[in-house]
Design a protein around this ligand. Structure first.
Ligand SMILES: Nc1ncnc2c1ncn2[C@@H]1O[C@H](COP(=O)(O)OP(=O)(O)OP(=O)(O)O)[C@@H](O)[C@H]1O
Ligand SMILES: [Mg+2]
Length: 290
């Protein structure tokens, strides 16, 4: 039986799934703009008794993807590549910049768009920047932040959102990190956003662990976690294995978990080229087979 509130007329009730026909999202791939990443997500097709694994060809639609890692592992670059790639495909994107003032973000996006050979004029009207460094009060007022993001998404028909970084939203108030991230997650879900939430890992956290990913149990809230890490080739054995000079740094990526679809579980080698473009190259297990 439905419970009627004595003061308000609102009714709270649990519904059978058969009554829920609207708003169920379809799962498909949203190109990430990071070469080699889209192939790491997959789904299944069922045909009679057969099951076929089919690539999703992108990030799972309407998912909130968490990208985490220690400094200089390519998190921001991946967030920028995603925003640029979506904008260049004609979709409007919201970029919530928590760390970098808009002019510097614009410079970085413009540089990257040139490197990716994208048409900046096609893009610049499609990326909307909410600059938290300009409105620091939004850091302390999650309800207001929710309202501003909601209005921006509704007014501008935004399809994808990047937040760089969520860590900057709970600095000094880590106790409520989950409350803040949960609220942002709810906004993304309300508007079916395919989003990237970037979080920073302290270097004291175990480099590739998921448990430490972003800290404060944040990954539990979000749909999918990608862990980026780096390693200095400090021995001849490592340098030989990776076929790089001794002392060089290698970058890796691992999809730690995804509740939306199947995914590759291996650790992959990542290349950040000299123009600042991130690419997923190959699983590191391939190196051992050489
Ligand atoms: N414009 C660029 N050109 C060439 N290389 C770049 C460029 N921008 C970044 N890089 C390289 O890519 C690395 C990763 O940069 P990125 O800004 O994505 O790091 P991040 O993971 O976001 O780090 P942080 O946690 O400090 O924000 C940098 O350390 C640098 O070596
Ligand atoms: Mg960054």
């Amino acid at each position: 039986m439905a419970v009627k509130d004595t003061v308000e007329t609102s009714v709270i009730e649990a519904l059978p799934l058969s009554k829920i026909k609207e708003g169920i999202p379809k799962l498909f791939g949203i190109p990430s703009g990071v070469p080699g990443l889209d192939e790491l997500f997959f789904t299944f097709e069922y045909d009679g008794d057969g099951v076929k694994k089919v690539p999703l060809g992108g990030l799972p639609s309407s998912a909130v993807i968490h990208i985490t890692g220690v400094p200089d592992t390519g998190k921001s670059l991946m967030g920028e590549q995603f925003a640029l790639s979506q904008a260049s495909r004609g979709y409007n994107v919201l970029f919530v910049s928590v760390e970098i003032p808009t002019p510097f973000l614009a410079q970085s996006l413009k540089e990257r768009s040139r490197a990716l050979r994208l048409d900046w004029e096609e893009i610049e009207d499609r990326i909307f920047v909410l600059d938290i460094t300009k409105y620091p009060e939004l850091r302390d007022n999650i309800v207001k932040l929710d309202r501003v993001i909601s209005e921006t998404i509704e007014t501008n028909n935004i399809k994808s959102t990047v937040v760089d970084s969520i860590t900057g939203l709970y600095e000094g108030k880590e106790m409520i990190a989950r409350t803040i991230v949960r609220k942002l997650y709810e906004v993304m879900k309300r508007y079916y956003q395919t989003s990237i939430f970037i979080s920073q890992k302290r270097s004291s956290h175990e480099e590739e662990s998921a448990e430490a990913a972003g800290g404060y149990a944040v990954p539990h809230i979000l749909d999918c976690t990608i862990v980026l890490s780096k390693m200095v080739l400090s021995s001849k054995t490592l340098a030989n294995l990776y076929n790089r000079p001794l002392g060089d740094t290698i970058h890796t990526l691992r999809i730690d978990g995804c509740r939306m679809c199947g995914h590759d579980r291996r650790t992959h080698l990542v290349e950040i080229d000299e123009r600042g473009i991130v690419k997923v190259v190959k699983p590191i297990e391939d190196l051992a087979r050489r």
